[in-house]
Design a protein around this ligand. Sequence first.
Ligand code: MN
Length: 202
Amino acid sequence: MLFQLPKLNFAYKDLEPYIDSLTVETHYTKHHQTYCTNLNKAVNELPELVKLSIEQLLIKLPTIPEPQKTVIKNSGGGFYNHNQYWSTLSPKPQKAPTANLMRAINATFGSLDNLKSMFSGTAAKLFGSGWTWLVKDRNSAIDIITTQNQDSPITLSYRPILALDLWEHAYYLKYQNRRADYIEAWWNLVDWKAVGDYYFNS
Ligand code: MN
C-alpha cells in the first residue's frame, strides 16, 4: 500500500461535544479510508505515478490520463483534504494565532474575528458538498476559498492552512440540517498552532 491514513492526534470521542464520536469514527475509518484505498488502486495502475507524493499527484492532475485522472481528483483529493482537516483539529487547541500569523491575518482581514465571520459566512453559503479553506498563495498572502466535491486547493496552486469539511457526512448525525451550528462548534477545535505551522513551514 502506497498511501496510508495519518494517525489521528486524538481518540474518536475527544472532539465531543463539538463533533460526536460516531461521526469522527465513521468519517475517518469509512469515508477517509475509502478515498485512500481508491487512490492507491488508481496509482498502482500507472507506474509513473507510484513515486509521486500526494501533493505532486494533485499538482500534476491536469496531465494525468483518464480514467486515473478522475479517480485521483476525487479520491486523491479526498485523501489529502481529510489529512488537512484532521491535522488542524485538537481537543486541546491553541486558542489563538501566534503574533506572526496574527500580523498576516490582520493585514488581510483586519482582525481574527473578521476572518472567522467571513470564513463562517462563506462556509454557510456553500451549495452542495465541498470545503471552505484558509489558504496561502504564492506570495504568502492568505485568503478564504471554497472548493466543490473533493477538489483540492493544491491543484489550484494554493497551500491550504485550515480546512473545513462541509460534506453532510462530517456533521449530519449530530447537527442534521444545522450546518451553521456545526461550523460554530468546529471553531472550538481549531488548533492555531497547527495552522501557523502550515503557514510558516509549507
Ligand atoms: Mn469528509
